[in-house]
Design a protein around this ligand. Structure first.
Ligand code: GLY
Length: 362
């Protein structure tokens, strides 16, 4: 249990009944976030993160039975086969509705562990402990989970809100610089969709990273709160939540088309560049605003141009979850900080010819 002194340094937010806890050392409050009387915890992680942070989490859960379940790190693991292995191992160890799933890791871990928690016995309590910037500001918050299929990314999944999300700044300190850059792409996205001031901060963070200094907790907390505010208003993505998908129609297609050789942050960065060109044609984004997004992506050292041809990616663009009745739809800005609401749908139809032209624009 966290001491009173430790708890005083933490910040707590209620997001649609899910407790968001920020602060250095907040993982020590993990046991407090479980339902009273919890006894068995399935600690799901990848093999890298389990080695790095598993002992600290287990120490925080002293007195409970902790069953560690680790899979090979990387997006290639985010499959139905890995999900089935996790589910089967939980069943073999004995699972009942008093068991809790703790997801320790980045987006791949929270997606897999979340889907296992959502499906085992029709739903176990889930607690997310993100260890990447992408996880802390995006993936761990808001209850989405999923696995990839041959037809595209995250095509099987549910909404299963975590009971708590514990964002411990200390766990992020070991992240390599490329993971910070990948996470800053999502922070940039949060700035474009609703908080323009974050763009200056991402630029400053890019300069600091180039000098070997890590972004501070304030940036991380502000970016996470953008996500928290949006998902609290639209927990099951009926409309508004789609704004968080800016850059993702193209980004997910790049990931799928390259067999996940391109990581999520890099793909979303390229996706934002291409989708901001599309927004210039479709929703009236200014050319100077699209250029600002491009400059920040470059300042982060992330790729601005797609690594594959449009024809390789088109199938995956079409399979995006926002597509409707055969139309490709994207969530696009009208200006930095203002997304087009498309009559409440927050997804604008875009003809393939426009996507192709912007994909190939240099
Ligand atoms: N990552 C976008 C969402 O959770 O809606």
């Amino acid at each position: 249990m966290a001491s009173d002194a430790a708890r005083e340094t933490l910040e707590f937010q209620d997001v649609h009944g899910s407790l968001l806890v920020f602060g250095p050392g907040s993982v020590r409050a993990l046991a407090d976030a479980l339902p009273p009387g919890s006894r068995r915890v399935f600690l799901v992680s990848d093999d890298t993160v389990m080695g790095l942070h598993g002992p600290r989490v287990r120490a925080a859960l002293r007195g409970l039975e902790v069953v560690p379940l680790a899979f090979r790190a990387g997006e290639a693991s985010k499959t139905r086969a890995t999900l089935a292995r996790i589910q089967d191992r939980m069943s073999a160890r004995g699972v009942d509705r008093g068991c809790v799933v703790v997801a320790l890791g980045g987006g791949v871990v929270s997606d897999l562990a979340g889907l296992a928690a959502a499906t085992l016995l029709r739903g176990l309590v889930l607690v997310n402990v993100p260890t990447t910037l992408v996880g802390a500001v995006d993936a761990a918050i808001g209850g989405k989970n999923g696995v990839d299929t041959p037809r595209g990314k995250n095509l099987l999944g549910t909404f299963h809100w975590p009971r708590a999300v514990i964002v411990d700044f200390d766990l992020l300190a070991t992240l390599p610089p490329d993971q910070w850059r990948a996470g800053l792409a999502e922070v940039l996205k949060h700035g474009v969709v609703s908080e323009p001031g974050l763009l200056d901060d991402v630029e400053a963070a890019a300069r600091a990273l180039a000098r070997g200094r890590l972004p501070g907790p304030d940036l991380l907390r502000r970016a996470a709160m953008v996500k928290a505010r949006v998902v609290a208003k639209d927990p099951y993505e009926r409309g508004l939540r789609r704004i968080l998908n800016f850059g993702h129609t193209v980004g997910h297609a790049i990931e799928s088309a390259t067999g996940y050789a391109v990581g999520h942050g890099a793909a979303v960065a390229t996706g934002m560049v291409v989708e901001s060109r599309i927004a210039c044609r479709v929703t009236g984004l200014g050319a100077s605003e699209a250029s600002r997004i491009l400059q920040i992506v470059r300042a982060l050292g992330l790729p601005a141009e797609p690594p594959c041809g449009f024809e390789q990616a088109l199938l995956y663009v079409r399979n995006d979850k926002k597509s409707l009745h055969g139309a490709i739809r994207m969530s696009l800005p009208r200006a930095i900080g203002e997304m087009d609401d498309a009559g409440g749908d927050h997804a604008v139809p875009v003809p393939p010819s426009v996507i192709e032209a912007c994909w190939n624009e240099r």
